[in-house]
Design a protein around this ligand. Structure first.
Ligand SMILES: [Zn+2]
Length: 442
C-alpha cells in the first residue's frame, strides 16, 4: 500500500526510503553510467544506446516502448531534413505505471546521442572508455547527458520500489537526434497528450534551471570590389566592410545589455550574447576580397519575441549606410538560418520549480534557481505551454569538449533530487485534491 506524501516541508517515511535506496544504489548507478558512456552513440548512430536503456528498463520491470520516427514526418520539420537511418534509431520511452492517472504524465526527458569526439589524439583516454577514475566517469556523453539520463532512470525505479503514491504515470523519454535539431523529442510529442510537467535532464551542474534564453542563428554577407592587392585603392575590401558590420553588431549587443533586465540573467557576465562562430573572406592572398561573411547567433531573453530581435538586427545593419556610402548602394545581406529557438521560463513558485527547489533545498541547501543561455529539447515543451525545467549532473562547460567527465557524487545527488522533486510535485497535486492547477508558461 502507498501513503500519500505530506505537502509542505515535511518528509514522508517513503521519501526517506527513496533517498536511502538511491544512496545505496550509487555504485550501481555509476556502473550503469560508465557502461552507457562506453557505447558510442554519436548523433545518427544511437541504436545500440537505445537497446541498452531498453534492456535496463525491461530487466527492472518497466514497460519500454520503441518509437520509430516516420521519415515522412520530416517534411514538418525542415530543420531536421538531414536526418538518416531512422529505422535504426528509435526513441525509447520507459514508463512507471502508477494506476492513478488523474493527472497527465510527468516526463523526464534526456537524449541518447552525443556529439562527435573531434581529434581523438587530444583525449587523455579513449573517448568512449567510460573509465572511472578519482570519483569521476570519463568519456563523450558522461556530462551531456548519460549521467542525467541514468539519474532519471534510477529515480523512477526508487519511487516505484518505495511505493510512493503518484497521481500520474512517470515517463522517461530517451530520445535520439537532440544534438542535430531535436527530431526525437519533436516526433515523440507529435500528437501525444501534453504532459503535466517535464524535467529535462541536461547538465546544469545540479542547479535548478527555471529559465533559458533563446537564440536566432544568422549569416551576414558583405560585398566588395576585387582588385590586385598592390593597388587596393582600385577596389573595395569586403573584409574591411565586414569589420564595420562586426563593430555595429557589437554595439547592438552592448545596447541590448544595458536595456535588458531579468533577475536571473542579470547575474551572468552577459545576458544575451551575440556571438560570431565563423568568418569567411576572400579566396586569394593577392586579391582584395569582393565577398565576406560572418556566421553567428543573437541570444534573447525568455520574454523576447524572436522576430522583434531579428528586426533590430536588420535595422542596425541598415544604419551602416548613414556613415558609409558603400553600404547605401551595397547593403549587407542578412539571412536567418533556420527557425532558431525562443527562450522559456517557469515561475519559481509554480508547482514544478517549487518541487525541484524544495528537493534541492532539503538535500543540499540550494534554494536559488538558475538560468542558461543554451538551447535544449525543453523549448519543444515550452512552445506548447508545458511547464518545463532543466536539472542534471555535470557542467555544460564539460560538454562537447575533450576529456568530458562527470562526478559520480553529482549523478547520485541528481537521482535523489529528481526522485524527491517528483514526490513533492505529487504531494502538491494531492493537496489540491488531484486537480490540475498547474502553472501556465510565463
Ligand atoms: Zn545535451
Amino acid at each position: 500500500m502507498t501513503d500519500i506524501p505530506p505537502a509542505g516541508g515535511a518528509v514522508s517515511e517513503q521519501e526517506r526510503a527513496v533517498t536511502a535506496a538511491l544512496e545505496a544504489s550509487a555504485e550501481e548507478l555509476a556502473r550503469f553510467v560508465s557502461d552507457f558512456v562506453a557505447i558510442p552513440s554519436v548523433s545518427g548512430s544511437e541504436g545500440e544506446a537505445a537497446a541498452f536503456v531498453e534492456d535496463w528498463l525491461r530487466r527492472n520491470g518497466f514497460d519500454a516502448e520503441r518509437q520509430y520516427i516516420d521519415p515522412s514526418a520530416l517534411e514538418r520539420w525542415p530543420e531536421c531534413a538531414h536526418e538518416r537511418d531512422l529505422d535504426q534509431r528509435p526513441n525509447i520511452v520507459g514508463r512507471l505505471r502508477t494506476g492513478d492517472r488523474r493527472l497527465p504524465d510527468l516526463v523526464l526527458n534526456g537524449h541518447l546521442d552525443v556529439v562527435p569526439v573531434g581529434d581523438e589524439s587530444k583525449w587523455q583516454r579513449s573517448p568512449f572508455s567510460g573509465a572511472r577514475v578519482g570519483g569521476r566517469i570519463f568519456g563523450r556523453g558522461a556530462t551531456d547527458m548519460k549521467g542525467g539520463l541514468g539519474a532519471g532512470l534510477f529515480a523512477m525505479r526508487a519511487l516505484r520500489d518505495a511505493g510512493v503514491a503518484l497521481p500520474f504515470d512517470v515517463q522517461v523519454q530517451c530520445v535520439v537526434a537532440e544534438e542535430t535539431g531535436g527530431l526525437g523529442t519533436l516526433s515523440l510529442m507529435d500528437g501525444a497528450p501534453l504532459p503535466s510537467a517535464v524535467i529535462v535532464l541536461e547538465p546544469t551542474a545540479c542547479r535548478i534551471v527555471t529559465a533559458a534564453g533563446g537564440a536566432a542563428p544568422f549569416t551576414v554577407g558583405v560585398a566588395g570590389r576585387a582588385a590586385h592587392v598592390a593597388t587596393p585603392w582600385t577596389g573595395v575590401s569586403a573584409f574591411d566592410k565586414l569589420v564595420k558590420v562586426h563593430e555595429r553588431l557589437r554595439r547592438l549587443e552592448q545596447e541590448r545589455e544595458t536595456t535588458l533586465d531579468h533577475p536571473l540573467f542579470n547575474q551572468l557576465p552577459q545576458k544575451a550574447p551575440l556571438s560570431i562562430g565563423r568568418v569567411e573572406a576572400g579566396d586569394w592572398r593577392l586579391t582584395i576580397p569582393d565577398e565576406a561573411w560572418i556566421y553567428g547567433r543573437i541570444g534573447t531573453l525568455p520574454s523576447e519575441d524572436l522576430d522583434t530581435v531579428r528586426a533590430a538586427v536588420r535595422r542596425a545593419l541598415d544604419e551602416l549606410g548613414d556613415q558609409d556610402d558603400w553600404f547605401r548602394t551595397h547593403p549587407a545581406s542578412l539571412t536567418w538560418d533556420g527557425p532558431g529557438f525562443a527562450g522559456w521560463e517557469v515561475p519559481r513558485d509554480g508547482d514544478l520549480a517549487a518541487s525541484l527547489l524544495a528537493a534541492a533545498a532539503q538535500l543540499s541547501g540550494d534554494t536559488e534557481p538558475a538560468c542558461i543561455t543554451y538551447g535544449s529539447d525543453a523549448s519543444a515543451f515550452a512552445r506548447q505551454s508545458v511547464p518545463v525545467a532543466l536539472f542534471g549532473p555535470g557542467d555544460i562547460q564539460e560538454a562537447h569538449v575533450k576529456d568530458e567527465s562527470v562526478a559520480e557524487a553529482d549523478v547520485s545527488y541528481a537521482s535523489k533530487v529528481t526522485a524527491l522533486a517528483i514526490s513533492r510535485f505529487a504531494a502538491t497535486a494531492y493537496a489540491r485534491g488531484g486537480v490540475p492547477a498547474l502553472e501556465a508558461q510565463a
